[in-house]
Write a protein that binds this ligand. Structure first.
Ligand code: ADP
Ligand code: MG
Length: 282
């Protein structure tokens, strides 16, 4: 599958200095256009894997390839990787540093050596995509958590990456903030960005992702979300529970209310639609 993968890690191993091996001989693919949820227990290596995919860390062994071309870990190679892949770290305070929102978002494009006009256009586009145009001149230290989060995502979007990787992006957001973020990510997907997110939330993954990757001690298990998240054995090893949508589908099937091959509900709306379908005529 290497040829078709936009990003491919092969035989990747990584250990932090003086630490145990975090990832060992890992194969991992990111396919263009597929929304991918990365799941696993705390300490399973999700953040480490995301940093390997975005070039912040270099595998001790193995390779990272972009469209089959191995990444060169020199200035040119890393610049090329960063225009392809952008990582948004979990805590916005680890990423924000400029005085104002617009300054912060312009940092990446400025570093690419783009013209002022091009930088301005990219910043405007990224602020609009994140719905924070009105915050452009706001000092970053006066932003709410959700606004800081949006600013860091805008900074990544301004690089116009083909792959946007987000480390637990919904953590710390209220339900409305989570819904707004998912709508924003849907907008980015619609314009062709491949989105990868790490999350603990199996229900969110089932609803949002095309594919799920479960990080367990025996490696990454990737496949269509509804298939992977129905694997009780893998979920247990990954310290996760069954998504409610999968549990509901099982219940509906045992009751003869859902075809064996039919898709189960991913949202409450899906379930309501199924219920309408099976309700006796009035
Ligand atoms: N900077 C670091 N230095 C040393 N060990 C680290 C560092 N970051 C993470 N680790 C260790 O690596 C393992 C994987 O961590 P991480 O990739 O953050 O997992 P996750 O994101 O799934 O919680 C953990 O055992 C963690 O303690
Ligand atoms: Mg993490």
């Amino acid at each position: 599958m290497t040829e078709s993968a936009l990003l491919a890690l092969r035989g990747a191993s990584f250990a932090y200095e003086d630490g145990p091996v975090v990832l060992d001989d890992l194969d991992f693919d990111v396919h263009e256009g597929r929304a991918l949820a990365l799941l696993g227990r705390n300490g399973s290596g999700k953040t480490t894997l995301m940093r390997l995919l975005s070039g912040g860390l270099r595998p001790r062994a193995g390779t990272l390839a972009v469209e089959g071309r191995p990444v060169a870990y020199d200035r040119k190679g890393l610049t090329r990787l960063r225009t392809t892949v952008q990582l948004v770290v979990q805590d916005p305070d680890d990423q924000l540093f400029a005085a104002s929102v617009a300054q912060d978002v312009s940092f990446g494009p400025l570093n690419l050596g783009l013209s002022d006009a091009e930088v301005r256009a990219r910043v405007a586009e990224a602020l609009a995509a994140l719905d924070i145009t009105a915050l452009a001149d706001r000092p970053t230290h006066l932003l709410s958590y959700g606004q800081r989060k949006r600013t860091t995502i805008a900074g990544a979007v301004a690089m116009r990456p083909r792959v946007l990787i987000l480390d637990e992006p919904t953590a710390g957001l209220d339900p409305d903030g989570q819904e707004r973020l998912l709508a924003t990510l849907d907008g980015l997907r619609a314009t062709g960005t491949t989105v990868v997110m790490a999350t603990h939330d199996v229900d969110l993954a089932l609803r949002w992702a095309d594919d799920a990757a479960l990080l367990t001690p025996s490696g990454a298990h990737t496949g269509p979300t509804a298939v992977v998240l129905a694997r009780t054995d893998l979920l247990q090893r990954a310290g996760l529970r069954l998504p409610w949508g999968v549990a509901a589908a099982r219940l509906l099937r045992t009751q003869g209310l859902l075809d064996e091959t039919a898709e189960g509900p991913r949202t409450a709306e899906d379930l309501a639609a199924l219920a309408v379908g099976v309700a006796p005529p009035r």
